[in-house]
Structure formats: C-alpha cells, structure tokens
Design a protein around this ligand. Structure first.
Ligand SMILES: Cc1cc2nc3c(=O)[nH]c(=O)nc-3n(C[C@H](O)[C@H](O)[C@H](O)COP(=O)(O)OP(=O)(O)OC[C@H]3O[C@@H](n4cnc5c(N)ncnc54)[C@H](O)[C@@H]3O)c2cc1C
Length: 480
C-alpha cells in the first residue's frame, strides 16, 4: 500500500507574522524515517538528474531508512557543501522532486506525493551540524602551493571555494559587502534561512582553510591583474545579479518606493526592522504594494507584512502580478506561505503610474487589468492590457521586485572580459572559462537570475576546470 507523505511542521501563521523566526520546522527523526521509507529506491533514480549538483539521493535516503545518518551526511556532502541551506531554499518542486517517480509526467511542478527530498536533506544537514560532522579535506599534493581568488561570497563563490579547498588549494574569497553569503544573507529573510544555519555552513569552509576578505570590491579596490600579480594562479568570478530592474513608469522615483534589493538589504543585512537598535531605518506604510511574482517579491511582501504587524499597523500588503498564479516563478511553498500570512494577490494587473502627495511621497498607484495573450519567447502567455480597465488604489509604500541584472562593477573595470548584451559574463560552457585566460565564472553573473543550487552546479563545474588548469599551468605558476 502506498504510504502517505509526511507533512512538514510549520509555525502557526498568526504567531509567525509577528517575528522573523523560522517558519518551516523540519522533520523529527521519526518523521524523517517515515518519509524516507516512502522512497521505492528506483533502479534508475530520476531525482538525481533533477539535482543540479547530482546528489546521490537514492543512496542517502536509503541510509536514512537504516538510521545511518553519518553515512547519509557523508553522501550528501560529497556533492553539496551546504545541505542545511539547500534543504531550506532549494525549489525542489521544480528540480529533484519534480523528477520523482511519484510526480506525474507533464506536471509543471512536483505533486504533493513526491518524496520530500529537500526536507530529508535538511534533516541530515542539521543532524551533521549538531553533531559537528565534517568532510575532511582530501588535500592533493598536485595542488600544493596553488592559490585561487574567488570574487563574491554568494553560493557560487562559496561553493567553488569549498570544492577547491577540499583538494588542498589555498583559496581567498573577496566580498564587496561587510558580510558573506550574497543573496543568502542580504536577500533571503531569516524566517526562511536562519542566520545560525548560514553561519555554520560558511564556517565549515573556513575550517577547510578558506580565507574570506570582506569589504573588498574587486574592480575598485583591486583589479583582476592585481590578483594575478599577487600570485593567484586562477580566479573565479561569482558576482551574482545584484542590480535591480525597474518598471520605467511615471512616478517610480517617488519617496517610499524601493527596489526589492534595497528593501530586503536594509532589513536582512542592516537590521532596519530593529531600528533604532540598528542604524538603518525603513519607512513602513499602511498600504503596501509589491510588484512582481518571483521569490524576491514573496520575500519582500512577507517582510513587509511582518513589519506592519511588528509596528502595530493594520496589515495591508498586496502582491501585484501581470500574469496568473500559474506563471508565477516563485516557489509554490512561498506563495502558499504568503497567502496564509494575509498577503493579498492582485493578479493580471499591470502598474501604470505612481502618484504622490504634496511632499513627494507615493500615495496612489494607477494600474490596468490584463488578460493572457499568446505565449512569448519564454513560453509563458503574454499579459495584454484590457482597454479602459485602468483603476487607482491606495499605496504609501511600493517595492519593485521584477528582476535583477548583472552586477557590473567588475566587468566595467575589466574591458577585456567579454560580456553579452545583458552584461552577463560570457564563458566557454565546457570549462566555465571567460575570455581571460585563468579567469572562470559561474552563478547568476553567467546565467542571469537562477537558483542557489544552479549557481552551485556551475561553480562545481568551474572548480573542476580550475583544478585541471592548475595542473596544466603548474610549471608556469611555480616560476612566478
Ligand atoms: C530575494 C531573493 C530570494 C531568492 N530566493 C531563492 C530561493 O528561495 N531559492 C533559490 O534557489 N534561489 C533563490 N534566489 C536566487 C538565488 O539566491 C541566486 O540565484 C543565487 O544567490 C546566485 O548566487 P551567486 O553566488 O551567483 O550570486 P549572489 O548570491 O548574488 O552573490 C554574489 C556576491 O558577490 C558580491 N560581489 C559582487 N560584485 C563584487 C565585486 N566586484 N567584488 C567583490 N564582491 C562582489 C556580492 O556582494 C554578493 O555577495 C533568490 C534571489 C533573491 C534576490
């Protein structure tokens, strides 16, 4: 008889909207064993090919059923340095779980019957962290003395650093901000990814010998040629896509209109929600509109409604999206959580203009209703404005979360680094090497906005190429 999926425990929404504590509680041992026992150990496990870093899912789930948790941890860590992070933020419903045999073919995302692979990964990641398990460096004499510089400490940079350090390469990560983690820290709020989890997994890299230098913008403080001159044999670029896109509509520059990046950074990185305990303030409105349908929009809306609750403001936060919920790129779980927390969704609505009060603060949004037309080049049906459907609504704080583009600080300071029309770094997809010899790249700076695990997948590929590059150029580097 088919066993029923184990539901993951979550904090009750009336309580959780008043703080930034973690929402999803994770499996107990008993629940993990029960969920793992649903896996039928397919001969040809499709879930593995659904994972961008190729975790041996079948094996680690089998190890859980035998209570060999140390073994499961080791299996996961062979391929993934950050199981507790990925177990929390991976859009598994589009990746490993979608490929699970329990998801019917052709479904746009995993059915509820698919094995809770990411929850099991999280269970094991947290177990390993509690127990202080580590994956030792398998230092290889071939790489002794080799030094690699990594630009950016997001998932791509950290993953590449970890892969190289495990082989005995000396890695230095240069991060422009004062804290590490990239979007994991400044974008994803702590109620989805607690900071102690993030810190623990980053600390495990430091234990492998990775050196991290924050407050160092490569392209300003140092150029790539400075890094080579300092003796780094190769460089990995993982600068991410940190530049927000805007709507380009009238009134978008009014006071109290934020890009999602600024809004989330103020709170997540600079503690604006605890002002004046922290120095950075944030205005919070009575009628908040978040424009967009991705993870960033869900995070911004969920942060906004928490701030309204915490400041005793009657909550009124609405997500405005041009298409329908089916086309929303956000994770299903985040959409469900946002709804449970009282966020309203105004779908098939396109913003046209923001209107101000006499002091220049946004007060009103004018928008039009849409219907879906023919599919565009992404395959999603295009929103078409319905003539004469324009309407106005109260809006005293708006957050624009419609996408992010390449961070260009380094690329504009390095003209010999080839980029495409979006500003993304061009690479040889076989080797992840850029137009500059010895410089490799991965993550959102290459593919545009993606996911944490996709960034890590690219970084792992680049790390393999960097290791070959080091061997190939060893004689040359030794002479430097
Ligand atoms: C709000 C938000 C929520 C998201 N939620 C999810 C989710 O739930 N699940 C998921 O899988 N994906 C999610 N994503 C996408 C995911 O976070 C990204 O795909 C991933 O972080 C990309 O990793 P990266 O290392 O390429 O870049 P980033 O995480 O952007 O890291 C790049 C780092 O490089 C630094 N940097 C940039 N330029 C320089 C320079 N010149 N010198 C030094 N340092 C520099 C930046 O400060 C930054 O720390 C989300 C994205 C956002 C914005």
């Amino acid at each position: 008889m088919k066993k029923e999926p184990v539901n993951i425990k979550e904090r009750e929404h009336a309580a959780r909207v008043k703080d930034f504590e973690e929402v999803v509680q994770g499996f107990s041992e008993e629940e993990a064993l029960q969920e793992a026992s649903r896996c039928i150990q397919c001969k040809d496990p499709k879930c593995v090919s659904g994972c961008p870093v190729g975790i041996d899912i079948k094996t680690f789930i089998g190890q859980i059923t035998r209570k060999d948790y140390d073994g499961a941890y080791s299996t996961i860590r062979q391929k993934n340095n950050f199981p507790s992070i990925c177990g929390r933020v991976c859009p598994a419903e589009y990746q490993c779980r979608k490929a699970c045999v329990f998801t019917k073919k052709g479904e746009p995302f995993a059915s509820g019957q698919a094995i809770g692979i990411h929850f099991l990964e999280r269970f094991i990641g947290d177990y390993g962290a509690r127990k202080g398990l580590r994956v030792e460096s398998s230092g290889d004499a071939k790489y002794a003395g080799a030094r690699v510089a990594v630009v950016g400490s997001g998932p791509a940079g950290l993953c590449c650093a970890g892969e190289l350090a495990r082989r005995g390469v000396r890695v230095t990560v240069f991060e422009g901000l004062h804290k590490t983690g990239g979007v994991l820290r400044y974008g994803i709020p702590p109620f989805r990814l607690p900071r102690n989890i993030l810190d623990l997994e980053i600390d495990s890299l430091k234990e492998l010998g990775v050196e991290i230098r924050t407050n160092t913008i490569i392209g300003k403080v140092k150029l790539l040629e400075d890094l080579f001159a300092e003796g780094f044999s190769a460089i990995f670029l993982g600068m991410g896509a940190g530049i927000p896109s805007f709507l380009g509509i009238p009134g978008e520059n009014l006071c109290n209109i934020y890009s999602a990046n600024e809004f989330l950074t103020r709170v997540n990185l600079m503690g604006a929600h605890t002002f004046p305990a922290h120095h950075t303030p944030i205005n919070i409105g009575r009628h908040i509109v978040v424009v967009g349908g991705g993870n960033t929009a869900m995070d911004a809306a969920r942060v906004a409604i928490r701030l309204q609750h915490m400041r005793g403001i009657e909550p009124d936060t609405t997500v405005l999206y041009r298409r329908t919920e089916v086309e929303m790129p956000a994770r299903r779980l985040e959409i469900e959580h946002a709804k449970e927390e009282g966020i309203r969704f105004a779908l098939l609505v396109k913003p046209e203009e923001f209107l101000a009060d006499e002091k220049g603060f946004v007060r009103t949004i004018r928008a039009s209703r849409c219907e879906l037309g023919e599919p565009d080049k992404t395959g999603r049906r295009r929103p078409v404005v319905i003539e004469g459907s324009s309407f106005e609504a109260d809006c005293d704080l708006a957050v624009i979360a419609i996408g992010l583009g390449a961070n260009t600080i380094l690329t504009s300071a390095t003209p010999q680094l080839a980029t495409d029309k979006y500003g993304d770094v061009i690479i040889n997809p076989e080797t992840m090497e850029t137009s500059i010899q010895g410089v490799f790249a991965g993550g959102d700076i290459v593919g545009g906005e993606g996911t944490v695990i996709e960034a890590m997948g690219m970084a792992k590929k680049a790390a393999r190429a960097i290791l070959s590059y080091i061997i190939h150029n060893k004689g040359e580097n030794d002479e430097k």
